[in-house]
Design a protein around this ligand. Structure first.
Ligand SMILES: [Cu+2]
Length: 201
């Protein structure tokens, strides 16, 4: 029924157009009727495998050129890193993005006034307090092992993250005894990170 009505509607449009064109200067009626009929079928012919690939890419925290993007944001009354846990290969660049609110990504390291929770040979980093929307900071992690980092204003409410570079045994996760309870609770286990690759908050 619907198709019939649409066809009938199109016919009226075409007839009207031909009539109008007939009264005006010489035009091209075939072009006009062609543009009336073509759009509808094209919209439904999307390949489902393209959809799956697009979804996978949208879900991945990695950019096309292999940069790991970690979004720091407020979700309701929580402050999260997304992903909160992730496994990467040595030499991967990590880009912290301040998506909403005011945060830092600060390595647990004596340079930042804390006991170290990153591999001994690794360079410390501190984004400093980032308040600009979509402000970014990049660090490239080369030493293998487990890296923990925290957000200066929100560590005590569990705004922390963990990155495993290469083989976690090279520098295993340390006991969380000295950390605020919420921070200790928020750090995903190395086992979960190695099993899932990406752990969402
Ligand atoms: Cu924060």
């Amino acid at each position: 029924m619907k198709t019939k009505r649409t066809l009938f509607g199109s016919l009226i449009v075409i007839v009207t157009l031909i009539t109008l064109i007939g009264c005006g200067p010489a035009g091209s009626p075939t072009d006009v009727s062609g543009s009336q009929e073509s759009p509808a079928p094209a919209a439904t012919s999307t390949d489902s495998s393209d959809d799956a690939t697009a979804k996978e890419e949208a879900d991945s925290p990695f950019t096309a050129d292999g940069v790991l993007e970690i979004r720091m944001e407020m979700r309701g009354n929580r402050n999260v890193n997304d992903p909160v846990g992730v496994h990467i290969e040595p030499g991967t660049t990590v880009r912290f993005i301040n998506a909403s609110g005011m945060h830092s990504a600060t390595a647990y390291h004596p340079d930042n006034g804390r006991d170290p929770r990153i591999p001994s040979g690794a360079e410390s980093w501190d984004t400093g307090l980032m308040s600009g929307r979509n402000q970014t900071f990049e660090v490239t992690l080369t030493e293998e092992g487990v890296y923990d980092y925290f957000c200066i204003p929100h560590e005590t409410v569990g705004h922390v993250g963990r990155i495993v570079v290469g083989n976690p045994e090279a520098h295993p996760a340390l006991p969380t005894d000295g950390l605020p309870q919420a921070a200790a609770d928020a750090l995903p286990s190395v086992e979960q990170i190695m099993a899932d690759g990406v752990v969402r908050p």
